[in-house]
Design a protein around this ligand. Sequence first.
Ligand SMILES: NC(=O)c1ccc[n+]([C@@H]2O[C@H](COP(=O)([O-])OP(=O)(O)OC[C@H]3O[C@@H](n4cnc5c(N)ncnc54)[C@H](OP(=O)(O)O)[C@@H]3O)[C@@H](O)[C@H]2O)c1
Ligand SMILES: *[C@@H]1O[C@H](CO)[C@@H](O)[C@H](O)[C@H]1NC(C)=O
Length: 325
Amino acid sequence: MEWCLVAFLLVVVYLVTQGLRLLFAETDLVLQWCELFGNSPASLSEKVVWITGASSGLGEALSYELAEAGCCLVLSARRQERLNDVKACCIERSRMKADKILVLPLDMLAFDTHKQAVETVLKYFKKIDILINNAGRSQRALWERTSLNTDQEMLKLNVLGPLSLTKAVLPHMLDRRVGHIVCTSSVAGKFGAPGLGSYSCSKHALHGAFNCLRNETHDRNIHVTMVVAGPFFSEALIHAFTESTEKNLGLEMKPGEKRMHTKHFAHHMVVAIANKLDEVWISMHPELAFVYINQYFPAIAQRLAAIVARKRLQKIREGKTDLHS
Ligand SMILES: NC(=O)c1ccc[n+]([C@@H]2O[C@H](COP(=O)([O-])OP(=O)(O)OC[C@H]3O[C@@H](n4cnc5c(N)ncnc54)[C@H](OP(=O)(O)O)[C@@H]3O)[C@@H](O)[C@H]2O)c1
Ligand SMILES: *[C@@H]1O[C@H](CO)[C@@H](O)[C@H](O)[C@H]1NC(C)=O
């Protein structure tokens, strides 16, 4: 009888502790644990890390965190001047040698150039340890008004781009039997976020493709990390698609908005990479809580979301909001 009571109390203490940890969390509990007791970013020292979308937002912040950790970096995006600026900042902040960073302009949509890009990196660094598929674009539009062409362009950039580059890098990783592929996904990759139809579609697809890759290659020492991201500061809403490909959203994020600081986000993400976690959730509340509820109590999540979405959707339909909030 006493034994039962002790067991019961232990369970209660465990649940309360986990609940409290979650309440103040910016990441899922496993990643939180790794930040306390797991590998630190410094364990990535001397790894060759290729970051796409390194010219702004999260990719830029990741470059600084990984430079600080002592990595060799390949910085890719279309805007070469911006990449040069990021490289200069890395060198200044981390006092690293300039030859530890390769600026490699790359269009994710120019699939036929990806193999050549891989060869360029291999010629320079002799190996690629980690590829971070981070380049991408967001969207704000109602599903029923979104042109098929927009869906197509979104899938090309957010899904086929990463697939193409990963397929080009993979033979080298399989030969070496060392490799780690990381993808920046979104909470919109875990549930159908209203107002982000094509985007949600593209991020869900990413999980399907890369979960499959993980299942097929984990016995050959290839790791896949999917990063489920909540809102953070970046240029994403400036370049976001709308219902047609002709018009971008063109919205600047304002400092007071409820979003995670990009540096903070990048730090969490680098810890996730250092610990080779399969899937991590990095977000402020309420999004983080919602991803949890959605995972473990999907029926409740569905009802909650419907309540929250109703008012917002009404406003969007009436054109009273810019889909921003
Ligand atoms: N911000 C958020 O709240 C949020 C939330 C969840 C997930 N995410 C994801 O985070 C990732 C990074 O986005 P961000 O928020 O940091 O936005 P961002 O500041 O707009 O950065 C996007 C990056 O992608 C690059 N890119 C866009 N089109 C490209 C193309 N055709 N070829 C090569 N590079 C291209 C851009 O560089 P160039 O223009 O120089 O090519 C830029 O470096 C994306 O996958 C996004 O979906 C963001
Ligand atoms: C494949 O991956 C999924 C999700 O990542 C997982 O739930 C499933 O058990 C895996 N299947 C196999 C055969 O490994």
